[in-house]
Ligand binder design. Structure first.
Ligand SMILES: [Zn+2]
Length: 98
């Protein structure tokens, strides 16, 4: 069973991260799953990327124009796929849910 953190909004939550946009240079922007920390892109052989998602501070103008100047973007350090925070992702705390 999936762990549901308190306060998380799972609106029709599907266990896949959807591609929300593709940039002009071909990079994909995906929506993260809650608390997801590794890239789930697959290469042409079907192998999972599993690169670490790191906060991307050098957000391009194209991304800002699509998602706003204050958008929080994470980038896979391996395949450079971009990720937006999950919808309903709560502020980072270490609280247990009970
Ligand atoms: Zn990746």
């Amino acid at each position: 069973m999936a762990v549901k953190p308190r306060g998380a909004v799972a609106e029709g939550a599907a266990p896949v991260s959807e591609v929300v946009a593709t940039l002009s240079d071909g990079k994909k922007i995906k929506r993260r799953i809650l608390f997801m920390r590794a890239c789930n892109e697959r290469d042409e052989k079907g192998k999972l990327c599993c690169g670490h998602l790191k906060r991307w501070s050098d957000v391009s103008q194209e991304v800002k124009s699509k998602f706003g100047p204050d958008v929080e973007v994470y980038r896979c350090e391996h395949c450079k796929t971009l990720y937006l925070p999950a919808q309903g992702e709560p502020a980072r705390t270490r609280h247990q849910s009970f």
